[in-house]
Design a protein around this ligand. Structure first.
Ligand code: FEO
Ligand code: CA
Ligand code: CA
Length: 630
């Protein structure tokens, strides 16, 4: 594969090259044995999961006589446009490269900007976001996950960086944007020069807090204390705390490190996170030596965390909350338990990795100190049993035989393996039902399920909430903590939906009973409940509209009713995009939706049309009658 072809790869595909499938492993032989045994059992395993799930939805009535959706379903399509139901309108709120201050230039399609212009503009590839009311102002805080090299460097030959400034421009397109937004005469836009506007980039000073702060594994030449790091990058999903701060989640942090010394051996601990001697084409080590892992082997230990940002204080130093563990954090869902303790649910988005929970020791109450709530607590990892029960396993030096809680919080994946957590089908967003003690998590897909172990060598057997081998379509698992108490260790789980394609397949790849030819989709990713208890589902999947995915169109957003299981398509994104990031205005009359990487393979001019450069953007969706949208 050429370097040019490599630059077209997703993170997922890149990781596959870094970590190729072993030729023939013990695992293959174990799987072969398991498959033949399942054949002998006459599909008993399938009955326990898939068939039971279908009967659940047949009996609860996927076609309820009344519904809670205020829209008619739209059809799938492959248009280079946003499609919303009749009676709704979508407008652009902000696009990649829009300046946040009036002294910065407008986006330039010919050059796609400079490092200096990008540092003062909305970042690329919008992802998780939260809207905060602050007095009479609205502050949007949003992740800028990564940048498409061929697009941001589309002014250069083969879409490669040619100068240091190109690399720095890419770096400045990452991180987080805080921007004031406002609606004037029905038109949403950003408020340039607001004192709250801020870019947080891979170079912004951060404080490291929690058990890993000051650990020897966190110390570098530039920071011998192991308590201060620079920046955040590859920020995927997000969450909000009960006290009104933003939690941004560092996901594929590994793809930015490289080693100029080709002889350098990457440690097994870093390999577990996909760090390799080659970066993903961003070239950060060429302008910033800390990304050379041969020279600074502890630097990757300082990424892969949840970072707390106060959107109301532009001068506040962001805090890396290491107590929430280090992995490829997708997003966080924070709930206050009935006893006041703060519970945080989190997924690690990689094939065969785990789902986690954190429980604070202290309690939250408005007005009380909140700074220690995400530093002082207990971390757990999920074990799902085939019978619909599950349990949270504590991660501590005692349960993992690791040297310290610091090490548990740095090598968290290894800790999860040690206690034999359940390997999952790529956990993406987690969200909690506002009307019930119930948590939902998107398991987006997993081509390795039942075929290949995870990076730590843990087996990935078919079963439990991961019921399909080489899972192409994904599913959404949900669990209820026993007794409605988010701090107890037992829970009951089932699947809300098993995505599939009933036009192409008649077996378990057709999906569960609440999937049909009209609402089918693949690869659920973003999940968020609205205030009415409707589950919104965003997809980041295969948009080929062919073969296994025929009839599913572009990536999209759907709404699900937890009570009936009904799922209905609400929005279809433009070509080659992913729909990710969702929040509402405080009056619930506007829904903000993120459109990431339109035209990631070169075939889109959304949102500006003509020959324009495709640009990720946030849209504002309203009802034409001014009604509520969430
Ligand atoms: Fe950034 Fe797992 O999505
Ligand atoms: Ca995602
Ligand atoms: Ca995804």
């Amino acid at each position: 594969m050429s370097d040019t072809e490599k630059r077209d790869l997703t993170f997922d595909e890149f990781d596959e090259i870094v970590d190729p499938r072993p030729e023939e492993t013990d695992f293959d032989r174990i799987v072969d044995t398991a498959i033949s045994r399942r054949g002998l059992m006459g599909g008993a395993l399938a009955f326990g999961s898939f068939a039971m799930l279908n009967s659940t939805f047949l009996s609860t009535g996927a076609k309820a006589a009344t519904d809670r959706f205020a829209f008619a379903q739209i059809a799938a399509n492959g248009n280079d446009a946003i499609t919303v139901p009749k009676g709704y309108t979508a407008q652009i709120l902000v696009q990649w490269g829009d300046p946040l201050w009036s002294d910065a230039p407008e986006f330039d399609d010919a050059t796609r900007g400079t490092a200096a212009s990008q540092a003062r503009a909305f970042g690329d590839n919008t992802d998780g976001m939260e809207v905060y009311a602050h007095g009479d102002k609205l502050l949007l805080t949003v992740n800028n996950e990564y940048t498409n090299r061929k697009i941001i460097w589309g002014n250069r030959e083969e879409g490669q960086f040619a100068e240091d400034d190109d690399v720095a421009k890419g770096k400045m397109a990452h991180g987080v944007t805080v921007v004031e937004i406002a609606e004037t005469d029905g038109k949403w836009g950003i408020v340039k020069d607001s004192p709250y506007n801020r870019r947080i980039t891979p170079d912004t000073e951060m404080m490291i807090t929690g058990p890993a702060a000051g650990d020897d594994l966190m110390k570098t030449a530039a920071d011998p204390t192991g308590t201060k790091s620079l920046g955040t990058w590859n920020n995927c999903g997000a969450g909000r705390t009960p006290w009104g701060t933003y939690l941004t989640c560092e996901e594929n942090f590994n793809g930015y490190f490289s080693a100029a010394d080709e002889e350098h051996k990457i440690s097994p601990e870093l390999k577990r996170y996909g760090v390799s001697s080659k970066d993903w084409g961003y070239g950060w080590a060429t302008i910033d030596e800390r990304f050379d892992v041969a020279k600074h082997p502890n630097e990757p230990n300082r990424a892969g965390y949840v970072v707390e940002i106060d959107p109301r204080d532009p001068n506040a130093t962001p805090k890396k909350r290491t107590a929430l563990g280090r992995f490829k954090h997708e997003n966080v869902a924070c709930v206050v338990n009935h006893d006041g303790r703060v519970v945080v649910y989190m997924g690690d988005d990689e094939r065969g990795e785990f789902i986690y929970r954190y429980v604070s020791n202290g309690v939250y109450a408005p007005g009380l100190e909140t700074d220690s709530l995400l530093d002082d607590g207990t971390l757990y990892v999920a074990k799902f049993h085939d019978n619909g029960a599950g349990e949270w396993l504590e991660l501590s030096p005692e349960t993992t035989e690791m040297a310290s809680m610091g090490e548990v919080c740095i090598h968290t994946r290894i800790a999860g393996s040690k206690v034999k957590a359940t390997t999952m089908d790529r956990p993406e967003w987690v969200t909690t039902n506002p009307n019930a003690a119930e948590v939902y998590c998107a398991l987006t897909n997993n081509k390795n399920r039942g075929i290949k172990p995870n990076k730590g060598g843990d087996l990935t057997p078919v079963g439990g909430p991961n019921p399909r081998e080489a899972n192409k379509y994904g599913q959404i698992v949900r669990w209820k903590p026993n007794g409605g108490d988010h701090t107890v260790n037992g829970f009951a789980w089932d699947l809300f939906v098993l995505a599939g394609n009933p036009s192409v397949h008649q077996d378990d790849r057709a999906g569960s009973g609440n999937v049909n030819k009209d609402n089918m989709f693949n690869s659920p990713d973003g999940l968020k409940f609205d205030s009415n208890g409707i589950l919104w589902i965003q997809t980041d999947g295969n948009y080929s509209n062919e073969e296994d995915f025929a009839g599913q169109g572009n990536n999209q957003m759907l709404a699900g009713d937890p009570a009936t299981g009904e799922i209905r398509r609400f929005l279809v994104g433009p070509k080659q995009c992913e729909v990710t990031g969702l929040d509402w205005s405080p009056d619930r009359r506007t829904m903000f939706v993120g459109i990431q990487h339109p035209g990631e393979r070169g075939d889109s001019h959304w949102p500006n049309g003509g020959d324009s450069v495709p640009r990720s953007a946030i849209i504002a969706v309203t009802r034409d009658d001014g009604g509520l949208v969430g």
